[in-house]
Design a protein around this ligand. Structure first.
Ligand code: ADP
Ligand code: MG
Length: 363
């Protein structure tokens, strides 16, 4: 009976046609104090059957066996999921064959004359294997977590866009409706009270009302770019013209789109990218000129926004509180593309969004 505190004996499969050699290996491991259960097989069929039906911690294999070699056994072993480490334990096979075996991915090679080292070689092979599995698991977990993050980001973007559309609708229906009603009543008052004082008030109120109508339209436009209904080209043109009007910075636009109907989601991604890039320019760049280029040449939608301003200081770009560029990066990835930010202090900034058209964007 095993006591709980002792480690479980290692399960070792020994591919060996000589019973004598097998007994010597058993003795060597006993002498080294390595608790183990050894099992011997000598045909390739028996080997394959054994590795399929039970789990072994390690395989020891003679090189030359009747009718096959350890290479055949190694190959067969690769068919099972998570194969155990494989140690070549044989008489001299020549350096070239040994190097080939290790290159194939076998764990180690030990001469039968050197059995004093066997326990150590086995332990090392198991440790290396374990470290490799842990690394693989960590990589898998990281990939899964990145995928979860990407899905979450996508979900957030969708909810934000839906929320924005809902707010725009409310502004349109509630505030827009009320403003139209006020306009109607103001006209009525203007028509029924000819005295100069009332007319003055009506005019002032009408002016203010026009301002409110303009403001609510602008807010709606930012929330849900209705201009996109007229296509990406019109929307980017409008954004650039608005930017130029607001900031006074010369803005050159060049658009060459051949694809008649870009997916909606792709258009929105390009629009939001241009919007954020232009907002960044007005907030941070201090530039004299901006270039906006949009094309779908070579079946890649490319949007490039370049300024000749002060550039991004490297620490600024990665600061924890800046979510604009990071958000664009996520957005680009969600749409099946990528975003490049290239900038040199003093020489301006260029933001490039690329989305291959062959990838069918969602939405
Ligand atoms: N066109 C630009 N010119 C100069 N600096 C920029 C430009 N765009 C972004 N930056 C810098 O990069 C930082 C990160 O940008 P962003 O992620 O959009 O965050 P935010 O605009 O909210 O600060 C900005 O804070 C700014 O320092
Ligand atoms: Mg920003």
């Amino acid at each position: 009976m095993q006591s709980d505190s002792l480690p479980a004996p290692l399960r070792i499969l020994h591919l060996e046609d000589s019973q004598l050699d097998h007994d010597i290996v058993r003795q060597a491991l006993r002498r080294a104090g390595m608790p183990c259960e050894l099992e011997r097989v000598e045909s390739l069929d028996a080997f394959v059957r054994q590795v399929q039906v039970s789990d072994f911690d390690v395989v020891l294999a003679d090189y030359r066996l009747p009718g096959f070699t350890a290479l055949d056994a190694w190959e067969a072993l690769q068919a099972i999921p998570q194969p155990p480490p494989f140690i070549l334990l044989s008489g001299a096979i020549g350096e070239a064959a040994a190097v080939d075996a290790i290159k194939l991915g076998m764990s180690d090679y030990l001469l039968k004359d050197d059995l004093g080292k066997l326990a150590h070689v086995i332990q090392r092979a198991i440790d290396v294997q374990q470290a490799k599995r842990e690394r693989e698991r960590a990589v898998e977990e990281l990939a899964a977590s990145e995928q979860r993050m990407a899905r979450f980001a996508e979900h957030l973007q969708t909810s934000i866009e839906q929320e924005r559309a809902a707010i725009a609708r409310e502004i349109h229906d509630d505030i827009g409706g009320s403003l139209a009603a006020i306009q109607f009543d103001l006209s009525w008052i203007g028509r029924h009270h000819a005295d100069a004082e009332t007319q003055g008030h009506v005019q002032a109120a009408t002016g203010m009302l026009q301002h409110a109508v303009g403001a609510s339209q602008r807010i709606m436009m930012n929330l849900r770019p209705a201009i996109l209904d007229q296509g990406l080209e019109a929307a980017i043109d409008w954004l650039a013209a608005e930017f130029e009007r607001r900031t006074g910075v010369r803005t050159l636009v060049r658009i060459t789109l051949r694809e008649p109907a870009l997916p909606k989601n792709m258009q929105l991604t390009a629009y939001r990218t241009a919007q954020e890039a232009l907002t960044n320019i007005s907030k941070h760049a201090r530039c004299r000129e901006v270039r906006v280029e949009l094309s779908d040449a070579e079946r890649v939608l490319t949007l490039e926004i370049t300024d000749n301003g002060q550039g991004i200081q490297p620490p600024e770009r990665d600061k924890a509180t800046a979510f604009g560029l990071k958000g664009l990066q996520e957005r680009a990835r969600t749409a099946g593309g990528w975003l490049d930010v290239s900038s040199r202090p003093g020489e301006g900034t260029s933001i490039t969004l690329s989305i291959p058209l062959t990838i069918e964007a969602k939405g």
